[in-house]
Design a binder for this molecule. Sequence first.
Ligand SMILES: Nc1nc2c(ncn2[C@@H]2O[C@H](COP(=O)(O)OP(=O)(O)O)[C@@H](O)[C@H]2O)c(=O)[nH]1
Ligand SMILES: [Mg+2]
Ligand SMILES: [Zn+2]
Length: 245
Amino acid sequence: MKIFPRKNYIIRRSVNLSKETHILASNLDQAILVITLKRPRTYYEFIDRFLITSNAYQIPTIIVFSKSDTYLKEELKDIEMVKKIYTNLKIDCLLISCHKKKDISKILDLIKNKTTLFSGNSGVGKSTLINYLNPKLNLKTQSVSKSTNKGQHTTTFAQMYDIGKNTRVIDSPGIKGFGLVDMKKGEIYRYFPELLEASKKCRFKNCIHVDEPECEVKKRLVTGEISNYRYESYINLIHDKKTIR
Ligand SMILES: Nc1nc2c(ncn2[C@@H]2O[C@H](COP(=O)(O)OP(=O)(O)O)[C@@H](O)[C@H]2O)c(=O)[nH]1
Ligand SMILES: [Mg+2]
Ligand SMILES: [Zn+2]
């Protein structure tokens, strides 16, 4: 696997209040992945793709479910279930609402004195959230299309904003721009911590946990120790020719 040194990546910076941009190199302390389960819909697989990349770069990641004010009871149950999967993997999850100002202060605490990458599909509320963190920024937000339920913003580059002294956020739709992660099929499981842990007990050293005999991953799927959702993401990833060589 090839990873470009993350201390040297280059991003664009938008200076507070001015429209000026310039290039600078920086370093990331953590990532916040913002997701919504509807308007727009974030697929579980997207979460896992993000997580294997941030894991490869060793960037601690927090999952933020936004727009909590928009969910019905049943949908909130669904979110609880997803939260549980990731909390079990020791990934912090938060359920917030910008419109209801719910738990925005928790985000402020989490990002204090750090440089944080804010990622997530267009329309999940990244700019809205960043505006709440520093109202002076006054970033443009865009409504989610009623017909497609997709965000309409198409920024593809990352921008950095100052929230406070020593506190910065980078608004970026994805993590791909941060360097090339080139994973081989046989090593993808290593970026799923629970698969990596189980793999130590697989009969074969080169087990990729698909249909090898005496595979511990398969055993833990049956007992429920490994989540079906995560395993499905894994299987889709290893069959995705775009991600693997
Ligand atoms: N109901 C609700 N809508 C929100 C919330 N946060 C953001 N939105 C809306 O979601 C849309 C997309 O927000 P935006 O910040 O532009 O998303 P971005 O593309 O991720 O930067 C806008 O219409 C926002 O008003 C929230 O907490 N609740
Ligand atoms: Mg935005
Ligand atoms: Zn196995």
